[in-house]
Design a protein around this ligand. Structure first.
Ligand code: SF4
Length: 326
């Protein structure tokens, strides 16, 4: 057993004031408590932030603001979300289980750790958990691992569905530290593993995510999230696609496409977006655009199927969203 201190914070300033380089914030606890039990994470202090007034959504000229302590299930049914950004609601509903969605917070979801089995087993090496110890997934069990953004040090997928939807929508995080607050575009937040897979994002020590802002995008009313997995509930994506499409009749004016389950970070696909813009909605054009999805992919011994799968998921997502059958 590892001893740790427990403290509650009443305000974001108080929370960041309590933070050290060995502390962890406790929100829903659906990741942190699991990983503490497994001895994967061992903070010396736990700061309970559940009393902070960081829940609910608001809408203004800057877009949709989601409090970082909002529960996934609340955001999934929030009218500010379901009408304007169905892709967010669908990504949330596709995540985890109803019980976990009732507990897990939006900020925690974005910070959840990979589901690579080696990472969660302290009896095996893992560069992400213990720098320099090795990556057994490179030669071992890697069927669920990433094909995009990988390195020889790590090929773990990012597990969040929500992050994929937010990546497609150009979301921005607001974070607080002891010196004030700052904003970080989600596109700049997640870090590729490179030679330092234990560094997963650009948060500095003690910084706390307080909200997520989704900029206005009128045509995001036509958006969706499709997740393909080994079972239909309580399972992580083998491949997923978050899409939004601006159409005029059968013509596609613009598109947003990001994919999950295939990248070491939520993976935006600007080449697929540009290939879709200006085309007529149809399976042939969807297939042609989706062919760009796995450009630069590096496969391991068991996950080459994801090269084809991610393209098919994009085509199916577009087909279902736009009601196209041929
Ligand atoms: Fe660890 Fe990443 Fe290798 Fe998995 S893929 S064993 S998380 S270093």
């Amino acid at each position: 057993m590892r001893p740790y201190t427990y403290a509650t914070a009443a305000t974001p300033s108080q929370a960041v004031g309590l933070a050290t380089n060995a502390s962890a914030y406790l929100a829903g606890g659906t990741t942190l408590v699991d990983l503490m039990k497994l001895d994967v994470m061992g903070p010396s202090s736990v700061i309970d932030i559940n009393a902070l007034a960081l829940t609910g959504t608001t809408v203004d000229s800057a877009g949709l603001h989601i409090g970082a302590l909002s529960r996934m299930s609340d955001v999934a049914t929030d009218p500010n979300v379901t009408k304007a950004f169905p892709v967010i609601a669908q990504a949330l509903v596709a995540s985890a289980s109803p019980q976990i969605r009732n507990m897990a917070s939006i900020g925690g979801n974005l910070l959840q750790r990979t589901r690579c089995d080696y990472f969660r087993d302290v009896h095996t090496p893992c560069n992400k958990r213990q720098a320099g110890s090795g990556c057994p997934a490179q030669q071992g069990a890697n069927r669920t691992h990433a094909i995009l953004g990988t390195s020889t040090s790590c090929a773990a997928t990012h597990p969040s569905d929500l992050a994929v939807a937010l990546m497609a929508l150009d979301a921005v995080l607001t974070v607080q530290s002891g010196t004030g607050s700052r904003q970080i575009a989600l596109a700049d937040f997640y870090q590729l593993p490179g030679s330092t897979p234990s560094i997963e994002n650009t948060l500095k020590i003690g910084e706390l995510i307080t909200s997520v802002t989704v900029p206005p995008l009128a045509w995001a009313t036509k958006s969706s999230y499709l997740k393909v997995r080994d079972r239909t509930s309580y399972e992580f994506a083998l491949s997923s696609a978050a899409i939004a499409v601006q159409t005029s009749g059968s013509m596609i004016g613009a598109a947003r496409v990001a994919v999950g389950g295939v990248g070491t970070i939520p993976w935006r696909l600007p080449s697929v977006e540009s290939a879709l813009a200006g085309t007529t909605a149809g399976i042939a054009n969807f297939t042609k655009a989706a062919a760009n999805a796995a450009t630069g992919a590096k496969t391991l011994s068991e996950n080459a199927f994801k090269v084809t799968l991610v393209q098919r998921v994009i085509v199916r997502a577009l087909s279902e969203l736009l009601g196209v059958t041929s």
